[in-house]
Design a protein around this ligand. Structure first.
Ligand code: SF4
Length: 327
Protein backbone atom coordinates (compact mmCIF):
# COMPACT_ATOMS: atom_id res chain seq x y z
CA UNK A 1 0.00 0.00 0.00
CA UNK A 2 1.32 3.46 -0.87
CA UNK A 3 1.60 6.27 1.64
CA UNK A 4 1.66 9.94 0.73
CA UNK A 5 4.76 11.79 1.93
CA UNK A 6 4.31 15.09 0.07
CA UNK A 7 0.98 16.74 -0.60
CA UNK A 8 0.89 19.93 -2.68
CA UNK A 9 -2.45 21.68 -3.02
CA UNK A 10 -3.16 24.71 -5.18
CA UNK A 11 0.33 26.05 -4.54
CA UNK A 12 0.90 29.52 -5.92
CA UNK A 13 3.98 31.69 -6.04
CA UNK A 14 3.69 35.18 -7.48
CA UNK A 15 6.64 37.59 -7.38
CA UNK A 16 5.33 41.17 -7.10
CA UNK A 17 6.50 43.79 -9.61
CA UNK A 18 6.89 47.17 -7.91
CA UNK A 19 7.26 50.72 -9.20
CA UNK A 20 8.21 54.00 -7.54
CA UNK A 21 11.25 55.00 -5.49
CA UNK A 22 9.76 56.91 -2.54
CA UNK A 23 6.42 55.13 -2.42
CA UNK A 24 6.65 51.64 -3.80
CA UNK A 25 3.51 50.39 -5.48
CA UNK A 26 2.77 46.86 -6.64
CA UNK A 27 1.90 47.14 -10.33
CA UNK A 28 1.76 43.50 -11.29
CA UNK A 29 3.13 40.04 -10.57
CA UNK A 30 5.21 37.36 -12.18
CA UNK A 31 2.93 34.35 -11.82
CA UNK A 32 5.74 31.81 -11.70
CA UNK A 33 3.65 29.06 -10.10
CA UNK A 34 -0.09 29.41 -10.46
CA UNK A 35 -1.99 26.76 -8.56
CA UNK A 36 -0.29 23.39 -8.83
CA UNK A 37 -1.44 20.26 -7.03
CA UNK A 38 0.05 16.76 -6.74
CA UNK A 39 1.00 14.07 -4.24
CA UNK A 40 4.27 12.15 -4.00
CA UNK A 41 4.21 8.71 -2.40
CA UNK A 42 6.89 7.46 -0.02
CA UNK A 43 9.82 6.03 -1.98
CA UNK A 44 8.55 7.43 -5.26
CA UNK A 45 10.30 9.72 -7.76
CA UNK A 46 8.05 12.26 -9.40
CA UNK A 47 9.54 14.06 -12.39
CA UNK A 48 8.62 17.70 -13.00
CA UNK A 49 9.42 18.68 -16.57
CA UNK A 50 8.93 21.63 -18.90
CA UNK A 51 10.85 24.25 -20.84
CA UNK A 52 13.06 26.80 -19.08
CA UNK A 53 11.03 29.51 -17.41
CA UNK A 54 7.92 27.34 -16.92
CA UNK A 55 8.18 27.66 -13.13
CA UNK A 56 9.48 24.21 -12.18
CA UNK A 57 12.46 25.42 -10.13
CA UNK A 58 10.29 27.99 -8.35
CA UNK A 59 7.77 25.23 -7.64
CA UNK A 60 10.48 23.04 -6.05
CA UNK A 61 11.80 25.89 -3.91
CA UNK A 62 8.34 27.07 -2.85
CA UNK A 63 7.15 23.66 -1.79
CA UNK A 64 10.24 23.31 0.41
CA UNK A 65 9.48 26.70 1.98
CA UNK A 66 12.64 28.33 0.57
CA UNK A 67 10.28 30.90 -0.98
CA UNK A 68 7.17 31.92 0.95
CA UNK A 69 4.06 30.70 -0.88
CA UNK A 70 1.57 33.27 -2.15
CA UNK A 71 -1.23 30.80 -1.41
CA UNK A 72 -1.94 27.09 -1.23
CA UNK A 73 -0.40 24.46 0.95
CA UNK A 74 2.35 21.87 1.10
CA UNK A 75 2.33 19.04 3.61
CA UNK A 76 5.58 17.11 4.03
CA UNK A 77 5.47 14.12 6.37
CA UNK A 78 2.30 15.52 8.03
CA UNK A 79 3.85 18.99 8.62
CA UNK A 80 2.45 22.07 6.92
CA UNK A 81 5.51 23.74 5.39
CA UNK A 82 4.12 27.25 4.98
CA UNK A 83 2.67 27.49 8.51
CA UNK A 84 5.64 25.92 10.34
CA UNK A 85 7.69 27.95 12.77
CA UNK A 86 10.45 27.29 15.30
CA UNK A 87 11.25 23.64 15.96
CA UNK A 88 8.67 22.37 13.46
CA UNK A 89 10.29 24.46 10.71
CA UNK A 90 13.72 23.14 11.69
CA UNK A 91 12.34 19.59 11.51
CA UNK A 92 11.04 20.20 7.98
CA UNK A 93 14.36 21.78 6.94
CA UNK A 94 16.10 18.65 8.21
CA UNK A 95 13.82 16.14 6.59
CA UNK A 96 13.32 17.91 3.26
CA UNK A 97 16.47 18.83 1.36
CA UNK A 98 17.51 20.13 -2.02
CA UNK A 99 20.22 19.21 -4.50
CA UNK A 100 21.02 22.24 -6.65
CA UNK A 101 21.50 22.50 -10.38
CA UNK A 102 24.89 24.14 -10.40
CA UNK A 103 27.54 22.27 -8.41
CA UNK A 104 29.94 25.16 -9.09
CA UNK A 105 27.77 27.85 -7.55
CA UNK A 106 26.12 25.87 -4.76
CA UNK A 107 29.29 25.11 -2.76
CA UNK A 108 31.11 27.80 -0.80
CA UNK A 109 34.57 27.98 -2.47
CA UNK A 110 36.24 29.05 0.79
CA UNK A 111 34.97 26.07 2.78
CA UNK A 112 36.54 22.63 2.89
CA UNK A 113 34.44 19.60 1.99
CA UNK A 114 34.30 18.82 5.69
CA UNK A 115 32.82 22.24 6.52
CA UNK A 116 30.32 22.00 3.64
CA UNK A 117 29.05 18.49 4.36
CA UNK A 118 29.01 18.93 8.15
CA UNK A 119 27.05 22.20 8.00
CA UNK A 120 23.62 20.53 8.41
CA UNK A 121 25.01 18.47 11.31
CA UNK A 122 26.09 21.69 13.03
CA UNK A 123 23.01 23.75 12.19
CA UNK A 124 20.62 21.06 13.40
CA UNK A 125 22.93 20.13 16.32
CA UNK A 126 22.78 16.48 15.22
CA UNK A 127 26.39 15.67 16.17
CA UNK A 128 28.16 18.08 18.51
CA UNK A 129 31.39 16.12 19.00
CA UNK A 130 33.97 17.12 16.38
CA UNK A 131 35.51 13.66 15.96
CA UNK A 132 32.15 11.99 15.56
CA UNK A 133 31.17 14.67 13.08
CA UNK A 134 34.33 14.11 11.02
CA UNK A 135 33.63 10.37 11.04
CA UNK A 136 30.07 10.95 9.81
CA UNK A 137 31.34 13.24 7.02
CA UNK A 138 33.79 10.56 5.91
CA UNK A 139 30.98 7.99 5.85
CA UNK A 140 28.86 10.34 3.76
CA UNK A 141 31.70 10.96 1.30
CA UNK A 142 32.15 7.23 0.83
CA UNK A 143 28.42 6.76 0.47
CA UNK A 144 28.41 9.12 -2.53
CA UNK A 145 31.53 7.56 -4.06
CA UNK A 146 34.16 10.10 -2.96
CA UNK A 147 37.45 9.42 -1.26
CA UNK A 148 37.11 10.10 2.50
CA UNK A 149 40.76 11.18 2.59
CA UNK A 150 39.80 14.28 0.56
CA UNK A 151 37.77 15.67 3.46
CA UNK A 152 40.00 18.75 3.84
CA UNK A 153 40.11 19.67 0.16
CA UNK A 154 38.29 22.65 -1.34
CA UNK A 155 35.57 22.51 -4.05
CA UNK A 156 37.89 23.79 -6.82
CA UNK A 157 40.04 20.66 -6.37
CA UNK A 158 37.16 18.45 -7.62
CA UNK A 159 35.58 17.85 -11.04
CA UNK A 160 31.98 18.89 -11.79
CA UNK A 161 30.63 15.39 -11.12
CA UNK A 162 32.55 15.15 -7.85
CA UNK A 163 31.24 18.54 -6.76
CA UNK A 164 27.70 17.38 -7.39
CA UNK A 165 28.48 14.36 -5.20
CA UNK A 166 29.59 16.75 -2.46
CA UNK A 167 26.24 18.55 -2.82
CA UNK A 168 24.46 15.20 -2.53
CA UNK A 169 26.48 14.28 0.59
CA UNK A 170 25.51 17.62 2.16
CA UNK A 171 21.84 16.97 1.36
CA UNK A 172 22.06 13.52 2.96
CA UNK A 173 23.80 14.67 6.14
CA UNK A 174 20.58 15.44 8.02
CA UNK A 175 18.91 12.09 7.19
CA UNK A 176 16.23 13.52 4.90
CA UNK A 177 13.08 11.73 3.82
CA UNK A 178 12.45 13.90 0.79
CA UNK A 179 14.83 15.59 -1.65
CA UNK A 180 14.06 18.06 -4.42
CA UNK A 181 16.66 17.38 -7.13
CA UNK A 182 16.68 20.62 -9.11
CA UNK A 183 18.14 19.78 -12.52
CA UNK A 184 20.98 17.96 -10.75
CA UNK A 185 22.67 16.79 -13.94
CA UNK A 186 22.04 19.54 -16.47
CA UNK A 187 25.31 21.38 -15.70
CA UNK A 188 27.38 18.18 -15.99
CA UNK A 189 29.13 16.55 -18.95
CA UNK A 190 26.96 13.95 -20.67
CA UNK A 191 29.45 11.23 -19.72
CA UNK A 192 29.00 12.06 -16.02
CA UNK A 193 25.22 12.49 -16.03
CA UNK A 194 24.39 8.77 -15.99
CA UNK A 195 26.77 8.20 -13.07
CA UNK A 196 25.03 10.83 -10.96
CA UNK A 197 21.58 9.49 -11.88
CA UNK A 198 22.69 5.94 -10.98
CA UNK A 199 24.01 7.26 -7.66
CA UNK A 200 20.69 8.97 -6.89
CA UNK A 201 18.85 5.73 -7.66
CA UNK A 202 21.19 3.68 -5.47
CA UNK A 203 20.79 6.13 -2.59
CA UNK A 204 17.02 6.06 -2.97
CA UNK A 205 16.99 2.28 -2.54
CA UNK A 206 19.48 2.31 0.28
CA UNK A 207 17.99 5.17 2.29
CA UNK A 208 14.29 4.93 1.29
CA UNK A 209 14.32 8.43 -0.16
CA UNK A 210 11.51 10.19 -2.00
CA UNK A 211 12.44 12.55 -4.84
CA UNK A 212 10.96 15.37 -6.82
CA UNK A 213 13.20 15.35 -9.89
CA UNK A 214 13.07 18.67 -11.72
CA UNK A 215 14.42 18.43 -15.27
CA UNK A 216 14.08 19.40 -18.87
CA UNK A 217 15.88 16.31 -20.24
CA UNK A 218 12.95 13.99 -20.90
CA UNK A 219 15.02 10.92 -21.72
CA UNK A 220 16.77 11.00 -18.31
CA UNK A 221 13.44 11.58 -16.57
CA UNK A 222 12.05 8.41 -18.08
CA UNK A 223 14.97 6.50 -16.68
CA UNK A 224 14.70 7.69 -13.08
CA UNK A 225 11.06 8.69 -12.47
CA UNK A 226 8.01 6.60 -11.54
CA UNK A 227 5.55 9.30 -12.59
CA UNK A 228 5.99 12.51 -14.53
CA UNK A 229 4.25 15.90 -14.23
CA UNK A 230 4.48 18.27 -17.19
CA UNK A 231 4.45 21.98 -16.40
CA UNK A 232 3.71 24.87 -18.75
CA UNK A 233 3.73 28.53 -17.80
CA UNK A 234 3.13 28.01 -14.07
CA UNK A 235 0.54 25.24 -14.29
CA UNK A 236 0.63 21.45 -14.56
CA UNK A 237 -0.95 20.25 -17.79
CA UNK A 238 -0.49 16.46 -17.47
CA UNK A 239 0.53 13.86 -14.88
CA UNK A 240 0.86 10.14 -15.53
CA UNK A 241 2.86 7.04 -14.75
CA UNK A 242 6.07 7.32 -16.82
CA UNK A 243 5.44 4.60 -19.43
CA UNK A 244 1.89 5.79 -19.85
CA UNK A 245 3.08 9.35 -20.40
CA UNK A 246 5.86 8.44 -22.81
CA UNK A 247 3.81 5.94 -24.81
CA UNK A 248 0.43 7.72 -24.75
CA UNK A 249 0.95 11.44 -24.15
CA UNK A 250 -2.44 13.16 -24.22
CA UNK A 251 -1.66 16.86 -23.94
CA UNK A 252 -0.46 18.55 -27.16
CA UNK A 253 2.37 20.22 -25.20
CA UNK A 254 3.61 16.88 -23.84
CA UNK A 255 3.34 15.42 -27.35
CA UNK A 256 5.46 18.27 -28.70
CA UNK A 257 8.09 17.89 -25.98
CA UNK A 258 8.30 14.14 -26.51
CA UNK A 259 8.47 14.46 -30.27
CA UNK A 260 11.80 16.25 -29.82
CA UNK A 261 13.34 13.36 -27.83
CA UNK A 262 15.47 11.14 -30.10
CA UNK A 263 14.45 7.48 -30.36
CA UNK A 264 17.33 4.93 -30.47
CA UNK A 265 15.60 2.68 -33.07
CA UNK A 266 16.30 4.30 -36.51
CA UNK A 267 13.11 2.85 -38.08
CA UNK A 268 10.92 4.26 -35.31
CA UNK A 269 12.88 7.52 -35.45
CA UNK A 270 12.13 7.89 -39.20
CA UNK A 271 8.45 6.98 -38.80
CA UNK A 272 7.55 9.26 -35.92
CA UNK A 273 5.80 12.59 -36.28
CA UNK A 274 7.63 15.72 -35.12
CA UNK A 275 5.70 18.63 -33.64
CA UNK A 276 7.66 21.84 -33.78
CA UNK A 277 6.49 24.37 -31.22
CA UNK A 278 6.27 27.84 -32.69
CA UNK A 279 7.14 30.96 -30.70
CA UNK A 280 8.51 31.35 -27.21
CA UNK A 281 6.85 30.62 -23.88
CA UNK A 282 4.64 33.70 -23.21
CA UNK A 283 5.38 35.98 -20.26
CA UNK A 284 4.18 34.75 -16.87
CA UNK A 285 3.34 38.39 -16.03
CA UNK A 286 0.36 38.29 -18.34
CA UNK A 287 -0.34 34.67 -19.28
CA UNK A 288 -2.74 33.96 -22.17
CA UNK A 289 -6.44 33.61 -21.37
CA UNK A 290 -8.23 30.25 -21.48
CA UNK A 291 -5.70 27.48 -22.03
CA UNK A 292 -2.28 29.04 -21.52
CA UNK A 293 -0.87 26.90 -24.30
CA UNK A 294 -3.35 28.10 -26.96
CA UNK A 295 -1.07 30.61 -28.79
CA UNK A 296 1.39 27.77 -29.52
CA UNK A 297 -0.95 24.79 -29.70
CA UNK A 298 -1.11 23.20 -33.17
CA UNK A 299 -4.65 21.89 -32.59
CA UNK A 300 -6.23 24.77 -30.65
CA UNK A 301 -9.91 25.50 -31.21
CA UNK A 302 -11.88 28.69 -30.50
CA UNK A 303 -12.91 27.59 -27.01
CA UNK A 304 -9.25 27.29 -25.99
CA UNK A 305 -8.86 31.09 -26.10
CA UNK A 306 -11.58 31.76 -23.56
CA UNK A 307 -12.10 28.69 -21.35
CA UNK A 308 -9.60 27.21 -18.93
CA UNK A 309 -9.57 23.44 -19.57
CA UNK A 310 -10.77 21.24 -16.74
CA UNK A 311 -8.25 19.02 -14.92
CA UNK A 312 -9.57 15.51 -15.46
CA UNK A 313 -8.59 11.86 -15.17
CA UNK A 314 -8.63 10.79 -18.81
CA UNK A 315 -7.42 7.25 -18.03
CA UNK A 316 -6.63 5.56 -14.69
CA UNK A 317 -4.00 7.69 -12.92
CA UNK A 318 -3.52 9.76 -16.07
CA UNK A 319 -4.57 13.37 -15.49
CA UNK A 320 -4.65 16.07 -18.16
CA UNK A 321 -6.02 19.56 -18.80
CA UNK A 322 -7.07 19.89 -22.45
CA UNK A 323 -10.49 20.58 -24.05
CA UNK A 324 -9.83 18.00 -26.74
CA UNK A 325 -9.17 15.10 -24.34
CA UNK A 326 -12.24 13.43 -22.94
CA UNK A 327 -12.34 11.85 -19.50
FE1 SF4 B 1 -4.41 22.95 -27.23
FE2 SF4 B 1 -6.85 23.74 -26.60
FE3 SF4 B 1 -5.88 21.50 -25.54
FE4 SF4 B 1 -4.95 23.86 -24.79
S1 SF4 B 1 -7.02 23.09 -24.47
S2 SF4 B 1 -3.78 22.09 -25.26
S3 SF4 B 1 -5.03 25.00 -26.69
S4 SF4 B 1 -6.32 21.91 -27.69
Amino acid sequence: MTETLVHVENLTKHFPITKGIVIERVVGAVRAVDGISFDIQKGETLGLVGESGCGKTTAGRTLLGLYPATSGKTIIDTHSVHDAKGSELMHIRRKAQMIFQDPYASLNPRWTVNAIVSEPLRVHKLITNQQERDARVKDLLELVGLNARHINRFPHEFSGGQRQRIGIARALASDPLFIVCDEPISALDVSIQAQVVNLLEKLQDQLSLTYLFVAHDLSMVRHICDRVAVMYLGVIVEIAERNDLYETPLHPYTQALLSAVPVPDPRKERARKRTILVGDVPSPINPPSGCRFHPRCPVAVEKCKTHVPEWREAAPQHWVACHLVNG
